[in-house]
Design a protein around this ligand. Structure first.
Ligand code: UDP
Length: 379
């Protein structure tokens, strides 16, 4: 027994939301887990730290939003939320627009003042572009939803630098993440519940994992000793990359990565908003976050800003976004067939399922896995 000295019931690979929820729920049922985490901290990409009184999100802005009441109640066991509503500004070559696409954006773009005028304008542009039927790619989807002007100024440049490929080579669903509204409502999300934990996200994970039945080892890569883990542990929850688990035997799935540049500025208000997107193609970053505006917390005279630069992914970088185009989705399906053949490993999370999940979807999926594993007994 190299690792399973304490007769753990579960080995959990990754201390992000999927793995942490599983460990917490297992512990509630008297089951013992060992979590191994490659990074030096828990929380996955939800990890936050405090600096100059400001909660900084180390892996980019994380705004919790959901329509799922079960998930909302679940996360509220571990934290209070601050009521933050995300309202993003787009800067296109110095012109400012409200996002997501709504009556404010339409007014700023065209001077139209009523929903009727706005939909007329959009319809005209869709027809002029010759778009009808089911959109085949992101470009067609965008133009059919909000017309050519908004596509050209607020979507094309941002999307192509974000994903490193043409909008015509991207799936339509990516742009449908953003609401289109014929009301003057700048809320970036349509969900009923939204906010940011008042003490940041990391404390949620500290609370979840604070149990005698849970041990955590950071700085350990499962793949270094995969075969040993597989023989020693009765069950494994794996939240790493699914293609890596299978040694890339069918080929590598593609991901998109991002890198961040942060700095502290001696000011109480650098940009007047939590997130400003730079939607032209030339600016190398996609957005600037100013963290103090997410929860109105900061030491006086200090603000921290972070620029987000998209970049190609390779094995030395964090895999942030799965690229769910046809080629990669087909490849994922082949891995999924393999995964389904292994009874004692559950694949979960954004990387284990190769899905562009939001946090609440990961929570929902983890709670489902827990239900299945424990058959709703012993709650
Ligand atoms: N998007 C865009 N312009 C923007 C913001 C978003 O074209 O100003 C597109 C872009 O393709 C992006 C997608 O909408 O990848 C989804 O945006 P979201 O803000 O949901 O991305 P995330 O915050 O997950 O990176």
């Amino acid at each position: 027994m190299k690792y399973n000295k304490k007769n753990y019931d579960y080995l959990i690979v990754g201390a992000g939301p999927y793995g942490s929820i599983f460990a917490y729920e297992a512990a509630k049922r008297g089951k013992r887990s060992l979590i191994i985490e490659k990074r030096p901290h828990i929380g996955g990409n939800m990890y936050t730290h405090k600096e100059s009184g400001i909660n900084v999100h180390d892996y980019g802005a994380h705004i919790f939003h959901t329509d799922n009441k079960e998930v909302w109640d679940y996360i509220n066991q571990f934290t209070e939320f601050n009521g933050y509503i995300n309202q993003v500004i787009a800067n296109y070559k110095g012109e400012l627009y409200n996002l997501p696409f709504n009556m404010n954006t339409f007014y700023q773009m065209w001077g139209v003042k009523t929903p009727e005028e706005a939909s007329k304008k959009i319809l005209e542009q869709r027809e002029a572009a010759g778009i009808s039927g089911v959109p085949k790619n992101l470009e067609e989807q965008a133009i059919s939803l909000i017309g050519t002007d908004i596509y050209m100024k607020l979507i094309k440049g941002y999307t192509e630098k974000q994903w490193g490929r043409k909008s015509t080579d991207l799936p339509p669903f990516i742009i449908r993440r953003l609401p289109v509204r014929y009301t003057f409502d700048n809320n970036y999300f349509n969900h009923r519940y939204q906010g940011i934990p008042i003490d940041g996200y990391t404390v949620i994970f500290e609370k979840m994992l604070n149990s005698e039945l849970i041990d955590i080892t950071c700085g350990v890569d499962f793949l270094d000793d995969k075969e040993v883990y597989l023989t020693e542990f009765p069950k494994i929850i794996y939240t790493g990359m699914i293609d890596a688990f299978f040694d890339y035997k069918f080929g590598e799935l593609e991901y998109r990565s991002v890198r961040f540049e942060s700095k502290t500025v001696n000011s109480n208000n650098f940009q007047g908003n939590a997130v400003i997107n730079y939607t032209d193609a030339e600016t190398p970053f996609t957005r600037i976050m100013e963290w103090r505006h997410f929860d109105n917390n900061a030491d006086d005279g200090k603000t921290i800003i972070t620029k987000e630069f998209p970049q190609n992914w390779d094995k030395s970088k964090e895999a942030y976004y799965p690229v769910n185009d046809k080629k990669n989705s087909d490849l994922f399906k082949r891995y999924k067939v393999e995964a389904n053949k292994i009874d004692n490993v559950i694949f979960g999370g954004r990387l284990g399922n190769y899905q562009y999940y939001d946090m609440d979807q990961v929570f929902g999926a983890a709670l489902k896995a827990v239900d299945k594993e424990f058959k709703n007994n012993n709650k």
